[in-house]
Design a protein around this ligand. Structure first.
Ligand SMILES: Cc1cc2nc3c(=O)[nH]c(=O)nc-3n(C[C@H](O)[C@H](O)[C@H](O)COP(=O)(O)O)c2cc1C
Length: 322
């Protein structure tokens, strides 16, 4: 197996998305295979206690590796071998054929989360049908929330709950890079530019979070929840729905589906802005399930989707030299 050829492509694979941009994946090169696993130090035990977003991110990384390798002419396949104890999801190994995918390296490289304003016209019906078909191949589906305006109340409720939890806020602070002077600004986490924060807004947020223990009882969570209204920046809200009783290895597989959905959006000129808090918080998850008439535990991912009005900033990566 040509490890050197794959190593040269690794920075492209690193463009995979991950919750809080922790880039939790790890590769171990062994004769005949490249093992994909994760580093528990780069997971989100407070914000993602079930590990759902960790596994979706790992699946997105696996799919990125397969697409990048295929487009570079490397014949690789993925064998799932989920092992919670050893923090492994599976391995890449030589295959007789290239991985079949409609996506190219350029798609993986150029896709980005866009938290900005979307144009008035949302995704077309046939794009929604294409996305749904991508998920259906794996036994899931993509559903549009019928009336996104009704989500505003749910989103504020979810945000208040998230900002009201000191452990979740402490963890978020660990991954925020609100000033270019942060030592990891160019390596990982969520920076001010990607969060679409002006310099004063970034400074204000930094100060508010630093004073969190004092300000929390005085209503800071409510203030932070009210400070941003992503739904006002346009777009449709789509939900990735999985099959009933999806197990942990199945969630990794759906991370692969999630990446395919995002790349299908990207190639249609659209971008995604996830709103995971809606399904992280039990009460809003239940309400969203009721809105869609889907069992709440089948909701895997929620995202605002639309046509960008300007290019979104590129997020940081720990491995960034191609
Ligand atoms: C499973 C998953 C959950 C995510 N949840 C959120 C979210 O709730 N809010 C948000 O703004 N971004 C969310 N993101 C987007 C990540 O923050 C983003 O992928 C990361 O910062 C890297 O940026 P990029 O997508 O532009 O490459 C999520 C991404 C993944 C894969």
């Amino acid at each position: 197996m040509d490890h050197a050829a794959f190593r040269a492509l690794a920075p492209l694979c690193w463009r995979a998305p991950s919750a809080h941009n922790t880039q939790p994946w790890r590769l171990r090169y062994e004769p005949g295979a490249i093992h994909v696993g994760w580093d528990p130090a780069h997971t989100l035990p407070a914000a993602d206690p079930t590990g759902r977003d960790l596994r979706l991110s790992l699946g997105a990384f696996v799919e990125s590796c397969l697409i990048v390798a295929a487009d570079a002419g490397l014949r690789l396949e993925y064998v799932a071998e989920y092992d919670e104890r050893h923090h492994r999801v599976g391995r890449l190994r030589p295959a007789p054929h290239r991985y079949p995918t409609p996506f190219r390296i350029a798609d993986v490289w150029q896709r980005r989360t866009d938290r900005g304003t979307f144009a008035a016209a949302g995704p077309e019906q046939d794009t929604l049908a294409t996305l749904d078909a991508v998920a259906r191949q794996a036994g899931g589906g993509v559903r549009a929330v019928p009336d996104p305006d009704r989500l505003g109340v749910l989103l504020r409720a979810a945000d208040r709950r998230v900002y009201g939890d000191p452990t979740v806020v402490a963890e978020l602070r660990r991954w925020l890079r609100l000033s270019p002077t942060h030592p990891d600004y160019h390596a990982d986490g969520l920076n001010d530019r990607c969060l679409a924060l002006s310099r004063p807004a970034a400074t204000g947020l930094r100060a508010a979070l630093a004073a969190y223990p004092v300000l929390r009882p005085l209503g800071l969570p409510r203030l932070l929840a009210a400070a941003d209204d992503p739904l006002a920046r346009g777009g449709a809200v789509l939900v990735l729905v999985g099959p009933a009783d999806l197990d942990r290895p199945g969630q990794v597989e759906f991370g692969r589906v999630l990446l395919r959905v995002w790349l299908a959006l990207h190639t249609a000129g659209l971008a995604a802005h996830p709103l995971s808090q809606l399904i992280d918080v039990a009460v809003t998850r239940t309400a969203l399930g009721a809105l869609l008439d889907v069992a709440p535990d089948r909701l895997l991912h929620v995202t605002r989707v639309g046509r960008p009005t300007r290019p979104a900033p590129r997020s940081a990566r720990r491995l960034d030299t191609v």
